[in-house]
Design a protein around this ligand. Structure first.
Ligand SMILES: Nc1ncnc2c1ncn2[C@@H]1O[C@H](COP(=O)(O)OP(=O)(O)OP(=O)(O)O)[C@@H](O)[C@H]1O
Ligand SMILES: O=C(O)c1ccc[n+]([C@@H]2O[C@H](COP(=O)([O-])O)[C@@H](O)[C@H]2O)c1
Length: 217
């Protein structure tokens, strides 16, 4: 029988600092990397470092979601714990771990994107996701509005390349795909615009780590 996951550390509530909108300046290039991060792992870190380098970003906001609207949250670790685990993993000062979506009570990424565009009109945002997320992007609320609001960077993930390229969103966005060698100008491109980045990959997943943390007996 499977035992419930034990928290790795006692989760004090998220602090005001963790829940506030991070700073950004005019013209900054900021990647928005949303995830459940339950738990965070080196595959996430690889995505963050890949886009920071290839898109020449000033910051990467590691947005720990209060809950993916398409997933069951029954066994999701508390937000505060996922924030702490993410902070422990990330020591690059350009990566900012934040739970601001929770304090904004935002459920859908389309709302996050539109609110950020309104609040920070001079910041150059790029939405960042792994290849498996683009493969199911057509199931997200208002996904076309997200793609029309800001450029998207997709980072390859083992096992997801083929499903991505045949997915409804990738097919619809095909005419707007930039060559990988032009990734450094994605942040300034008029949306819809996206790039598929290849490079070092990690097969790690949170599902696997949860399974390892939960021995059968
Ligand atoms: N190994 C990886 N390589 C590339 N992208 C990844 C990898 N792991 C996660 N991602 C991306 O990171 C973002 C957050 O993913 P998430 O927190 O759901 O991790 P996960 O490992 O996919 O979790 P789970 O196994 O619970 O679905 C998503 O855009 C996902 O595509
Ligand atoms: O807005 C949606 O409909 C939507 C559907 C699925 C996922 N998302 C977002 O996608 C990001 C990745 O989620 P996850 O659970 O795959 O790590 C995270 O920021 C979610 O809030 C958003």
């Amino acid at each position: 029988m499977r035992r419930p996951l034990a928290p790795l550390a006692p989760a004090a509530p998220a602090t005001a600092e963790e829940l506030r909108l991070p700073p950004s300046g005019p013209g900054w290039r900021v990647g928005l990397f949303g995830g459940s991060f339950d738990p965070p792992h080196e595959g996430h870190l690889l995505v963050a470092e890949t886009v920071l380098q290839r898109l020449r970003l000033d910051r990467l906001w590691w947005m720990v979601t209060p809950g993916n609207p398409l997933k069951d949250h029954g066994r999701l670790r508390p937000l505060a714990e996922r924030l702490r685990l993410s902070q422990d993993l990330c020591d690059d000062p350009r990566i900012v771990v934040t739970g601001f979506e929770a304090s904004w009570r935002v459920r859908y990424s389309a709302d996050t994107v539109l609110m950020l565009r309104r609040r920070r009109p001079t910041t150059q945002f790029v939405w960042v996701m792994g290849a498996d997320s683009l493969a199911s992007f057509h199931r997200w609320q208002d996904w076309r509005r997200i793609a029309s609001a800001m450029p998207i960077a997709v980072v390859d993930r083992p096992g997801s390349t083929l499903s991505l390229l045949s997915s409804p969103a990738a097919r619809a966005l095909k005419p707007h795909r930039l060559l990988e060698r032009d990734a450094a100008r994605l942040a300034q491109a008029d949306p819809p615009a996206w790039v598929f980045l290849h490079g070092p990959r990690s097969a790690q997943s949170s599902t696997r780590l949860r399974a390892l943390a939960e021995p059968t007996s």
